[in-house]
Design a protein around this ligand. Structure first.
Ligand code: FCB
Length: 440
């Protein structure tokens, strides 16, 4: 055959493969002008909540993060929202939103500041906080690890060493024993993929390493840590509901006609989403067996923020805005608002066959000009999914109030309440009022 005939065949095959991929993996876009965002239907037992994390709000924590902040010369968390001293009035804010649920995390470095040293006062304070929430009719969801842990644990190699898992398990059992008589919903770890990729590949979280091999090892160990703790806590109290919070980022090829972009999409999707899902559905991730992972989730927490348009040349930094489709709105975090991805995320989690709790969703928006629309679009998507029969039980807005946004410091504001860090005055934003209205 002539060379150009071969070329034509190759071209036809290329086009066929791209066409199949485009059809098989559509990038959903809704014409929001055609949608009535006021039309929301939620069952009466749907759980409404807000979420926070210890290191982002408590203030003056001494942990892997505070160490990283000073060593790297990034913005320090410092007093944060001084929530450790203001928790009671902060719970007034939670209550006045009308939510019945509050997700927050326990700071391991407060409970166990040194190896073998337990701080009963700190545990007592968390216990008081729980009593206080319950007295207000607010059900707590407790996260046991939300990115931060004691410096001594980090110095032992943290989750890079499988042999360190028992340290974390000890802490979890201690907290669980003290609080599980009143707390039903437990979230073992927050975003194992974000924790490992940001900390061991992108150098943006502690310990600031840049190694794919270590990233994979940490991700696997964190999943194993969850599995260990799931089984040990269930043995202590079988009626507890235990899961973890998984960040789902939807990956889409920047150019849908480019097979290299598709290939990048599949690789990133596996590393970020697929590997962890596979641990719980098949008992394997990255080709390795994860014993007892199957059946170690009573629910899956979903943290959803955006989709990423990828090519093999994506920048490995958050200083640059990610690409967006022309009609999409860019958020202050540098990624687009893409509420459609919430349904795609829920579909990705479907093979786990457990109820879904939306443990985080929100937007960085200092002027509160985008948040009302962002909130309504995402709630509309959930409302539609509920009509389609998806088992979604709750929605926790990220976040109750502005707080320390990790590598971005205080520049990004996610709160339903604005926080003036000078005076520690909290002020309800318009979007907070909207959320309250919707809930009520
Ligand atoms: C999530 C984190 C949470 C917060 C939001 C914006 O990845 O779990 O702590 O920083 O992003």
């Amino acid at each position: 055959m002539l060379w150009w005939a071969w070329l034509l065949i190759a071209l036809a095959v290329y086009c066929l493969i791209t066409a199949i991929l485009c059809l098989r993996f559509p990038e959903t876009h809704i014409d929001w002008n055609q949608v009535n965002l006021e039309e929301l239907t939620f069952p009466t037992d749907f759980s409404w909540g807000v979420a926070t994390a210890s290191h982002q709000i408590e203030g003056h924590n001494q942990n892997n993060w505070s160490k990283f902040e000073s060593e790297r010369g990034i913005e320090v968390s410092g007093a944060a929202c001084n929530h450790w001293n203001r928790w009671e009035t902060d719970f007034d804010l939670v209550e006045s939103l009308g939510v019945g649920h509050y997700r927050f995390s326990i700071e391991w470095s407060r409970i166990q500041p040194q190896e073998g040293e337990w701080n009963e006062d700190a545990l007592q304070q968390y216990s008081k906080m729980i009593d206080n929430l319950l007295a207000r009719g607010i059900e707590p969801m407790v996260t046991l690890h939300h990115f931060s842990h004691p410096i001594w644990f980090e110095e032992k190699g943290g989750f890079l060493n499988q042999s360190n898992i028992h340290f974390w398990a000890d802490y979890c059992e201690r907290v669980f024993t003290a609080l599980s008589d009143r707390v039903t919903n437990w979230c073992t770890v927050n975003e194992p993929e974000v924790f490992s990729i940001m900390g061991y590949h992108m150098k943006l979280f502690p310990p600031g390493k840049g190694s794919i091999r270590k990233t994979i090892r940490v991700m696997k160990n964190v999943v194993m840590a969850h599995v260990t703790v799931y089984h040990s806590l269930k043995a202590l109290r079988p009626e507890a509901r235990i899961g973890l919070a998984k960040n789902i980022t939807i990956f889409d090829p920047l150019h849908r006609w480019n097979l290299l972009h598709w290939l990048t999409t599949f690789i990133l999707n596996y590393i970020w989403n697929g590997a962890i899902i596979s641990a719980f559905t098949k008992g394997r991730m990255f080709g390795r067996r994860i014993p007892k992972a199957k059946g170690s989730l009573d629910y899956i927490g979903l943290n959803y923020y955006t989709h990423a348009l990828v090519s093999p040349f994506i920048p490995q930094t958050i200083e640059v805005d990610l690409p967006k489709r022309p009609h999409e709105i860019m958020t202050e975090f540098g990624y687009p608002m893409y509420a459609e991805g919430l349904q795609r995320s829920v579909e990705l989690l479907k093979p786990l066959k457990v109820p879904i709790e939306i443990t985080e969703n929100g937007v960085a928006d200092s002027e509160d000009s985008l948040r009302p629309e962002h909130l309504k679009r995402h709630l509309w998507v959930i409302s539609e999914m509920l009509k389609q029969g998806f088992d979604i039980r709750s929605y926790y807005h990220w976040s109750l109030m502005d707080n320390f946004e990790w590598a971005e410091g205080y520049s990004l504001r996610f709160g339903l309440y604005h926080v003036d860090y000078e005076t520690q005055v909290r002020t309800l934003r318009k979007s907070g009022e909207i959320y309250r209205k919707i809930i009520n």
